[in-house]
Design a protein around this ligand. Structure first.
Ligand SMILES: Nc1ncnc2c1ncn2[C@@H]1O[C@H](COP(=O)(O)OP(=O)(O)OP(=O)(O)O)[C@@H](O)[C@H]1O
Length: 293
């Protein structure tokens, strides 16, 4: 398991990452979400040691991470960092050799991955001749060879079309299944919800929520939707509720005081017919808006 604990980083007076702690369990995908400037990239840079932390620790398999451990991590940095003018196979092989692989093994594994991503015919092309989405695939391959002990990926899905997203997601799941802890940042909440075992939500440098999708949903505010035979305007006067929306016979409310939804239902049945009354399970994007507000 990879774990960060109390990580803090300032730039001048500004605290970009403030006492951030979360685990990245082995064998799972952890999604790292947050708005622009929330502190995700800075946190990932500290995990990889390319930026020093002002406080806090990064641990790997229960000990303080070492430079040798980090050399075994696959990292896709925000600034990417491949050379635009070099043929893609040559530079991928070069990078894999820097990380201790033989040229023959590197060439073989990289060729398989390039073919899997539909780039088998482009191995001699310089990176800059590829479309942005294909350049992104090459950047991802750079993080995957040699087989990484952990994966730290900054926005690996940005710029990919739906087919490439699926291919990439399959690849990450395969690594996770092999026991590799995988953490990646993304702005695509639905994708993160679909793919990840755990989520870490950051806002203004701090972790504001974390857990499985189910845990985050369970922690979210309790909401109910009510559909009546007549007008639902009276719902505004029921104590212990925040009315999120009322429109004709329909209302959606948030429960502020325990049991207020039962009083609402009793009042509704005493006034006339109740056509529907059910708990609303919020989407991740709604939870995200709540916790980062
Ligand atoms: N080298 C730096 N010097 C000064 N400020 C920085 C530096 N790097 C990051 N910051 C600031 O730290 C804060 C966090 O930035 P960071 O890039 O970590 O956020 P992020 O969550 O990755 O955002 P995005 O989703 O936009 O990439 C921002 O206010 C940013 O301007």
């Amino acid at each position: 398991m990879l774990e960060v604990s109390g990580l803090t980083r300032r730039f001048g007076d500004m605290v970009a990452v403030d006492d951030v702690s979360f685990p990245v369990p082995s064998g799972g995908l952890t999604g790292f979400v947050g708005g622009n400037g929330a502190g995700k990239t800075t946190t990932m840079r500290m995990i990889m040691g390319v930026l020093a932390a002002h406080a806090g620790t990064v641990s790997w398999q229960g000990h303080a991470v070492t430079r040798a451990d980090r050399r075994r991590f696959g990292y896709m940095p925000e600034e990417r960092g491949l050379y635009p003018k070099q043929p893609i196979l040559d530079q991928l092989v070069y990078l894999a050799r820097l990380r201790g692989m033989s040229a023959a093994d590197a060439r073989r594994e990289i060729t398989v991955l390039l073919e899997r991503f539909g780039l088998g015919g482009r191995t001699k092309d310089p990176l800059e001749k590829l479309s942005l989405g294909n350049q992104q695939r090459v950047q991802i391959i750079a993080a995957l060879v040699p087989a990484p002990a952990a994966l730290v990926l900054d926005e690996p899905f940005s710029g990919l079309d739906p087919d490439a997203i699926d291919a990439m997601a399959d690849l990450l799941r395969e690594h996770a299944r092999d026991g590799v802890p995988v953490v990646f940042s993304s702005h695509q909440l639905d994708l993160v919800d679909r793919l990840c075992d755990r989520l870490v939500v950051m806002a203004r440098g701090r972790v504001v929520a974390q857990g499985t999708g189910e845990e985050l949903r369970a922690d979210a505010s309790l909401r109910y939707r009510l559909v009546l035979g007549g007008d639902a305007g009276w719902v505004r006067d029921v104590p212990g509720l925040h009315v999120r929306d009322v429109s004709g016979p329909e209302a959606e409310v948030e429960v502020l005081a325990e049991g207020a939804e039962q009083k609402l239902l009793a009042e509704a049945t005493s006034r006339g017919s109740v056509l529907d009354f059910h708990r609303v399970v919020p989407r991740l994007s709604e939870i995200y808006r709540e916790v980062t507000a």
